[in-house]
Design a protein around this ligand. Structure first.
Ligand code: ADP
Ligand code: NI
Length: 231
């Protein structure tokens, strides 16, 4: 891949500020766990990872984080190109250099989890950082909250033991999934720890992953009525 030419610091700062305003406005009242606060956390974590990774282009990393969910396929009838298209449209309107636009498009195109049996390698270093930041926000206490916010948004039951988790071996089958929210833990969330790109993100994931396991154990204990058995 050709190197991304350095954008002057003042130009980069304006582009980032405008992008923050654009995304903040668009996602402030979103109710599926893909709200502005999710984007803000992903942006902050991606920025922190970029600081430790001098070879990564900071502007592409930050814009990729800010725009990664701009038009997610999950909310656009499964259209995988909606995100890259919306990001390009925004960045072109701001006269961003073509190389920056292409770097951001690539991140958005590659970032999503696509099923347990589907590899999702990122082809750029900047993409690896944004993907790690996005995945860290899907685990831990916030990950639990986001999963149920999403399930509620999609009108899904919390849990149904008669519906077993599925190992999705294609993006198509993952996309069509409408299972209860607890299944998502087994189909995705519990596997994110092993699918991170950077050692720094893997360190953070340890505690968050342990919390997911603890949550599930307690949820199933209450579901089975084990804690009220002695009443
Ligand atoms: P990705 O692009 O990898 O899907 P996102 O930033 O779009 O990442 O957020 C994914 C989050 O959306 C999940 O981690 C979870 O919180 C929620 N989510 C997606 N699918 C489901 C599902 N089937 N059940 C519950 N939550 C889901
Ligand atoms: Ni996201």
């Amino acid at each position: 891949m050709s190197p991304i030419p350095t954008v002057p610091a003042d130009v980069a700062a304006v582009l980032l500020t405008r992008t923050v305003e654009f995304i903040r406005e668009k996602f402030l009242h979103e109710g599926s766990g893909h709200d502005w606060e999710h984007i803000r956390r992903v942006w902050q974590v991606a920025r922190a990872l970029a600081r430790q990774t001098p070879q990564a282009d900071a502007l592409v990393t930050e814009l990729g984080a800010l725009l990664h969910d701009v038009a997610d396929w999950k909310f656009h009838g499964g259209d995988e190109e909606a995100g890259p298209r919306a990001a390009r449209q925004w960045l072109e309107s701001q006269h961003a250099p073509e190389s920056v636009i292409e770097g951001v498009e690539k991140i958005i195109r590659e970032i999503s989890f696509k099923g347990l049996g589907v590899a999702t390698p990122m082809s750029t270093l900047e993409g690896e950082l944004v993907q790690d930041a996005d995945r860290l926000d899907a685990i831990g206490a916030i990950g639990v909250a986001r999963a149920f916010a999403y399930g509620g948004h999609k009108n899904r039951p919390l849990h149904d033991p008669s519906v077993p988790p599925v190992r999705h071996d294609s993006f198509e089958s993952y996309k069509q999934n409408t299972a209860p929210t607890i299944n998502h833990f087994y189909e995705k969330l519990l596997h994110l720890r092993e699918r991170l790109n950077t050692p720094a993100a893997r360190r953070v994931a340890e505690e968050r992953h342990a919390y997911l396991e603890q949550f599930l154990a307690q949820f199933l204990r209450e579901w089975e009525g084990q804690d009220v058995a002695e009443l």
